[in-house]
Design a protein around this ligand. Structure first.
Ligand SMILES: [Zn+2]
Length: 404
């Protein structure tokens, strides 16, 4: 295997080698299921699905863990707004909608799909250990991590402590109680009218980042190969995860390949509920075949910001139809290795799906106009299968295979 993957930790593409030679461990940050998910989530999860499928095509075993953050400020806010509707019901309803979207897009189900609320005991244990190691402190029922004491804090963002202070920080809660401006909550005391679990410090609930650290260690071990998520999670969430994991295990690096996908915008504007400009997968799928939408999502490189505009799907329809027609020409002969090599060269370069699709498009042209070589259609179909297209026979939920 000659795969190079870009890692935000070193800001360069590095030849991929798993920590354990026989199994690749991947943790991808999941959603907080307090509301409907949109095309931006599909962009992220389809690309990580292709990463997984590409590793599998290289004869590797992959353990893919993706969590659900089912306790957090937003979940509590929605529950209150809905007159105390149980958080587990809100979670299950929104998760079912997301799952249905991703199933239709033929995204393989995660190997493990942990819920934060199923890991409270381990989170309390991890928080106790960090207190024992004196890299955390308690203030009136809240437990904080001393960010300044972790000397690599900021490395992932290529930032100094001072420049981090200028960044927007959604985890900077309880300012008055914190000793350092970048310290973050491991455990927070719950008000009487909000959910909480008993702990040595207070009846409370976990901070956001410790949840991912604990779920990652619980299901994948102290060191993992690939950690994925949107680039909006680079700070502070992923910076915190490194600080917590390496402080707990004493092993470094916690993870070598930090893969961050770009953000999806609508007509140049960030998609957000507050702006009312969400594009929902299930709306698009009313008029668009799921493989067609998958093709659209893969036509942008995962690290680039994608800009969805009405009409984009029409623009890519001809390519989609061309692939389907070309695949009908397979005769089950030996596949043409030169096409496979062109495809793999593009994918080996940090999963360059736009270039891979361009090469496959040229191949499909030759197949359709009859200038192809023997075995070219077979090679094309195999490549499209690796990219997860159900029409090319890629296994997955779209073909009723719900196994991970
Ligand atoms: Zn996370």
């Amino acid at each position: 295997m000659n795969l190079k993957l870009y890692t935000s930790l070193h800001n360069e593409k590095i030849t991929f080698e798993p920590v354990r030679s026989n199994e690749v461990s991947i943790y991808v940050c999941g959603v907080t299921p307090y509301d409907v998910t949109h095309l931006g989530h599909a962009f992220s999860y389809v690309h990580f699905d292709v990463l997984r499928r590409y590793l599998l095509s290289n004869k590797l075993t992959v353990k893919y863990v993706q969590n659900l953050t089912d306790i957090d400020d937003d979940m509590i806010m929605v529950s209150k707004r809905l007159n105390g509707k149980p958080i587990s019901e809100i979670r299950d309803e929104n998760d079912a909608l997301l799952r249905n979207d991703l199933d239709q897009l033929n995204v393989l189900r995660p190997t493990v799909y942990p819920y934060a609320t199923d890991h409270i005991k381990e989170i309390i244990t991890a928080t106790s250990e960090l207190l024992q190691k004196n890299i955390a402190y308690v203030v009136d029922g809240d437990v904080f991590f001393k960010a300044e004491q972790f000397n690599k804090y900021g490395n992932l963002n290529n930032a100094t402590y001072e420049t981090l202070l200028e960044k927007e920080n959604p985890e900077a809660k309880q300012r008055a109680k914190r000793r350092g401006p970048l310290d973050f909550l491991l455990w927070q005391k719950s008000p009487a009218d909000e959910p909480g679990w008993d702990s040595p410090w207070s009846r409370g609930r976990p901070g956001w980042s410790i949840e991912c650290t604990v779920m990652s260690i619980s299901h994948l071990g102290e060191q993992i190969d690939i950690h994925g998520g949107g680039k909006d999670l680079l700070f502070p969430h992923h910076e915190n995860e490194i600080a917590q994991a390496e402080s707990l295990s004493g092993e470094a690096p916690f993870c070598n390949w930090w893969m961050h996908n770009g953000m999806l915008q609508l007509d140049g504007v960030k998609m957000s509920k507050s702006l009312g400009n969400l594009v929902l997968v299930r709306d698009l799928l009313k008029t668009t075949e799921p493989d067609h939408l998958r093709l659209y999502l893969l036509s942008t490189h995962y690290r680039s910001d994608a800009n969805y505009q009405i009409g984009d799907l029409d623009d890519i329809k001809a390519l989609y139809e061309k692939f389907k027609v070309a695949c009908r020409n397979i005769q089950n002969v030996q596949k043409l290795t030169s096409i496979t090599e062109e495809f793999r060269d593009a994918m080996d370069d940090d999963l360059n799906t736009p270039l891979a699709l361009q090469k496959l498009s040229e191949s499909a042209n030759r197949i359709i106009n009859g200038s192809n070589q023997t075995g070219e259609a077979e090679a094309l179909q195999e490549a499209l299968n690796i990219l997860g297209f159900a029409f090319a026979g890629a296994r997955g939920p779209a073909l009723n295979d719900f196994s991970p």
